[in-house]
Write a protein that binds this ligand. Structure first.
Ligand code: GLY
Ligand code: MN
Ligand code: MN
Length: 480
């Protein structure tokens, strides 16, 4: 006999006759288990993580759904590290990785169809759709599964001093396992995040296919947007955001981060996501948008286009500086090059451009000196970052492996220099104020150098103009 699920004051009453009626007569069809060719990749990653901590147990949760208000939740986004290790995208699951083993995935079980849970709970299958059985999930993901209800006792049995937890993701798991640390609090558990981040630096073939798919969808999204952007009248930045979001939702999970759609001076605000401005003909439109694919890999692409269809001479001059800077960065990329040297390659071209515009108050060499870096007033951010299941992937890697390390074959990263002249900047000529330009592409490092994965979109000023004209000529379209 089933237990009554927890109810709230707004939940309807069920007369006993209806309850009995609802508990009967439901067929229980098996669910086809899709083939998951990537299961082997997940298993290899678990083995690599395990072997980084010989003889130890590692616990990696995915996190829970977050309440938006009352009985309404935010859309669930799986924990990136957990998903990278398992391929499971359901909320609440926890991976317990035993030494040398494949690991056990603790996950929510299905309520039986004669239970009240099935039809009365807002988590019940009648409300949210069929869940996988433990067996179905085990087959699909190629990992042993266990009921989530067994997790508490399983965690309590783990040996303290030999168990590390990816903390800060699931407060129940955090509370259920004693901190490993005897010396510096947080250090040993923190090493789990660090090791995963460093393992994620090199993308495998399956991951590259996911990234390519996300980037191709992003190219389609930029095309969709160009097709609805009028040359001769204003539309809301949110129209652009919405058209791209439609493509992202249709071709993938959604957007990989909040779209930045900055018309005119909004293009100078790095994280402009209010998007409540309007596209005025004659101004530039900066769009930083990326589709997150079905397996959580995201693109991260920026294009800055002249709304009228043609750059003014000054807009073109600034655009071309940013383009040359990006090209210098891309050209410098190959295995063994320092991450910092790519930054320097991009920044030197920007500093030279600022000098040519007559606004650098010192020489280019002086501006490039690490005791000065005055050019940064107008460049604001680094040249790029790793890309993967997170837009800023591998962020927990040690400095010496990432920001102060060398690039390697199989890394995927962005190259995204920009120039930003704030409307209130009294140190630049009035005609430059309110111009913000960034060009951002996603590149894969190979033995031969960088391959621009986002080359489905043009980058040079002439090509951008021709592309915009061609998209407008083709006219609006819906994803199909
Ligand atoms: N879209 C965020 C970034 O470019 O890093
Ligand atoms: Mn980026
Ligand atoms: Mn971006």
């Amino acid at each position: 006999m089933s237990e009554k699920p927890k109810t709230e004051s707004h939940d309807p009453d069920y007369p006993e006759k209806l309850l009995e009626f609802m508990r009967t007569g439901w067929r229980n069809d098996p669910m086809p288990v899709p083939e998951r060719p990537q299961a082997g990749h997940h298993a290899r990653r678990r083995a690599a993580l395990s072997s980084a901590f010989p003889g130890e147990i590692i616990v990696v949760p995915t996190g829970h759904e977050r309440v938006r208000a009352n009985d309404t939740n935010h859309p669930f986004r799986p924990g990136s590290d957990f998903a990278w290790l398992t391929g499971d995208y359901d909320p609440g699951s926890v991976l317990v990785l035993h030494p040398g083993g494949e690991g056990v995935l603790y996950t929510e079980t299905r309520a039986s169809r004669d239970s009240d849970e099935f039809f009365r709970s807002r988590q019940g299958e009648l409300w949210v759709g069929r869940r996988q059985t433990l067996g179905e999930k085990a087959t699909e993901l190629g990992i042993q599964t266990a009921a989530k209800s067994e997790l508490t006792s399983a965690l309590a049995d783990l040996p303290p001093g030999r168990t590390r937890v990816l903390r800060g993701v699931d407060h129940v798991v955090d509370a259920g396992v004693q901190p490993y640390d005897t010396d510096e609090p947080g250090t040993r558990d923190g090493e789990v995040a660090q090791v995963i981040a460093e393992l994620k630096l090199v993308k495998d073939e399956w991951e590259l296919a996911q990234l390519r798919a996300a980037i191709e969808a992003t190219v389609r999204g930029f095309e969709d947007v160009a097709r609805v952007l009028p040359a001769d009248r204003a539309v809301s930045e949110r129209l652009i955001e919405g058209v791209f979001a439609l493509r992202a939702r249709h071709d993938g999970n959604g957007v990989g981060y909040s779209s930045i759609v900055g018309a005119g001076a909004h293009g100078t605000i790095l994280h402009w996501t209010h998007n409540h401005g309007a596209t005025l003909p004659g101004e530039l439109l900066l769009m930083d948008m990326g589709v997150e694919g079905h397996h959580l890999y995201t693109a991260d692409v920026t294009r800055t286009v002249p709304i009228s269809g043609t750059f003014t001479p000054l807009q073109r001059q600034v655009y071309d500086i940013v383009y040359e800077s990006q090209q210098a960065g891309i050209d410098s990329i190959k295995p063994g090059v320092n991450f910092k040297d790519v930054h320097q390659a991009c920044m030197r071209v920007l500093a030279e451009g600022l000098h040519a515009l007559g606004i650098l108050p010192v020489s280019v060499d002086e501006a490039m000196d690490k005791e000065s870096t005055l050019y940064r007033r107008w460049t604001l951010h680094g040249f790029g970052h790793m890309l993967g299941t997170d837009v800023h992937d591998c962020a927990r890697a040690r400095k010496e492996k990432y920001r102060e390390g060398q690039l390697d074959e199989g890394y995927v990263l962005t190259v995204e220099p920009g120039l930003y002249f704030q409307p209130e900047d009294e140190l630049v000529p009035a005609e430059l104020r309110g111009i913000g330009i960034r060009i951002e592409d996603d590149v894969l490092i190979t033995q031969e150098g960088a391959i621009v994965l986002s080359n489905g979109l043009p980058r040079s000023s002439d090509e951008v103009e021709a592309w915009l004209a061609a998209q407008r000529e083709a006219g609006p379209r819906l994803p199909a």
